[in-house]
Design a protein around this ligand. Sequence first.
Ligand code: AHM
Ligand code: MG
Length: 338
Amino acid sequence: MSDQTFQTLGEFIIDKQEDFKYSTGELSRLISAIRLASKVVNREVNKAGIANIIGQAGNQNIQGEDQQKLDVLANNIFIEALSQREVVCGIASEESDDFIEIKATNNAHLSKYVVLIDPLDGSSNIDVNVSVGTIFSIYRRVTEPGTPVQMEDFLQKGIKQVAAGYVVYGSSTMIVYTTGNGVNGFTLDPSIGTYYLSHPNMKIPTSGKIYSINEGNYIKFPQGVKDYIKYCQLEEDDRPYTSRYIGSLVSDFHRNMIKGGIYIYPSTSHSPKGKLRLLYECNPMAFLAEQAGGKCSDGYRRILEIQPTELHQRVPFFCGSAAMVTKAEEFMTKAVKP
Ligand code: AHM
Ligand code: MG
């Protein structure tokens, strides 16, 4: 272990804050709140199997309270951790229809940040003990500070993100995030509840040998995606590639980030806009990918430059090693040309 490995996330956040001379520390406190909430969610995810058994026995726990599904529980944990610390003026969550306005104790709207969050992505994997994750995205509000947040504070292009990251509740729990100066990953030591810097300055290999897509939907894919899949399977140069699909975006993304690869959730004939949400899933992952030297697009355009028009907007998603995403885009463009 190098000395660097011993740096905790708490120390790292303080060190980074000193890089910004006039920083008020608000963003640092916001990331610390996410760090805290992630540990609470981690505790709940770890005992999901037991919680499910209790849940099936009448959907009430021993105190007579209703059992909450873990994604709702994770949503409440993050909202509570963020709203009680005066670090955000608004939160939008994949679990809630509308955004939430957060007031400070003196009823003002002091904070300048809004958070968009997918509190427990891939939660259908919980029942079978497969890794799930949290994805978050932070923006500076665009409306007047001190006034209630508005929809336009949330409907910002991904390029405006101040920070983004994910937590993967996997064989070990990690938080990976960026504030626009590269990507760093921290692994939780559960015995003392502390995250340590384990993956400094993460970079996605320019190319890789893994493609991740739900091939069960093949028949419904656009022609360009079908052609790209066939290209991945061809015995030529360094191909065929390996197919790996967990069905848990955070885990698929994390693996591809380390090993190199491409993740695709395209449009289908049944869902012309794909499945993944621009604001809660694609923009934060795109910011991370680009910060790590990777690339993300909807097959034609850079994800981070798409102007959102609604909170729960979906978008086709091609993400990962830059050369692989570029190749997939070539197939998409070729397929639409007459
Ligand atoms: P969710 O936000 O409802 O959990 O859905 C998002 C998840 C991603 O984690 C995953 O990559 C994808 O849905 C899998 O979808 P599918 O089962 O259609 O392949
Ligand atoms: Mg999700």
